[in-house]
Design a protein around this ligand. Structure first.
Ligand code: NJP
Length: 251
């Protein structure tokens, strides 16, 4: 309650659901994305719902490091710093290794891996300079970060999520070596019904719809519940990874 959380990719989907849940729990949430108008709308909804926290929209293109650094500097000026960092923003292009475009791969690396790493480093810096010892960094990973998926379209995306698995565990180790009690967690969903597939499966709406129609998918709110569960764990409990699939999902 009252703590400052940064949620990346808060305009839609999982990030919007997480931002809403944290505001409901009384946190001051800085929600960032490129479509800041959507976050402004969400902030107004949270306010009319009478939630005890606040949502502060921030326009940021996470593929641009200068944008990220300006955001952290604005957070420092306006809200002292970050206590909780939820690295949620991510994207997938359907670009197989044998025929994919370098630009699409670079875009996935920039947002899924580099932005997450830059935000992690800056959030840690912010916690350290204010002696915040109970901070938390949560990465929204994927089941694709734990096993090779059967679809060639997903291989590069999965590689970026394998990186998230490695980075979260590496972060946990570095935090212990730094003798802080700041915690690191990754939450790895299977299929979640958001705009994700529609936005990134090369705009093939039929293929995207088929993904969501094949089974009863997780909802963005299910992931938000996992985030609030992880944040409410007692201070001595370090949850490393939460894996959650729809019951009907096989792979
Ligand atoms: O995705 P979507 P989800 N700069 O497409 C933002 C993982 N996941 O909520 O800038 C700043 O609805 C974008 O904002 P905007 C997945 O890998 C999902 O489903 O306005 N922000 C939007 O807010 C990802 O890490 C599924 O376009 C940028 C958000 O990211 C996380 O869950 C399964 C940006 C994406 O919203 C959230 O995904 C799974 C940029 N350059 C893992 N680029 C699933 N849905 O099935 C994107 O295993 N964003």
């Amino acid at each position: 309650k009252g703590r400052v959380a940064l949620v990346t990719g808060a305009s839609v989907g999982i990030g919007a659901a997480v931002a809403r849940a944290l505001v409901q729990h009384g946190m001051r949430v800085v929600g960032c994305a490129r479509s800041v108008d959507k976050i402004e709308k969400l902030a107004a909804e949270c306010q009319s719902a009478g939630y005890s926290g606040t949502l502060i929209p921030y326009k940021c293109d996470l593929s641009n490091e200068e944008d990220i650094l300006s955001m952290f500097s604005a957070i420092k000026t306006l809200h002292q710093g970050v206590d909780v960092c939820i690295n949620n923003a991510g994207l997938a292009h359907s670009e197989p290794l044998l025929s994919g475009k370098t630009e699409s791969w670079r875009n996935m690396i920039d947002v899924n891996v580099l932005a997450l790493s830059i935000c992690t480093r800056e959030a840690y810096k912010s916690m350290k300079e204010r002696n915040v010892d109970d901070g938390h960094i949560i990465n929204i990973n994927s089941m694709g970060g734990h096993r090779v998926v059967p679809s060639a379209d997903e291989h590069f995306y999965c590689a970026t999520k394998y990186a998230v698995t490695a980075l979260t565990e590496g972060l946990r180790q570095e935090l212990r070596e730094a003798k802080t009690h700041i915690r690191a967690t990754s939450i790895s969903p299977g299929i979640v019904e958001t705009e994700f597939a529609f936005r990134h499966h090369d705009s093939d709406p039929e293929k995207a719809a088929a993904v969501y129609e094949s089974i009863k998918c997780l909802k963005a709110e299910d992931i938000a519940s996992a985030v609030t569960y992880v944040l409410s764990a007692p201070p001595h409990v370090q949850i490393g990874d939460v894996q959650m699939r729809p019951v009907e999902q096989v792979s």
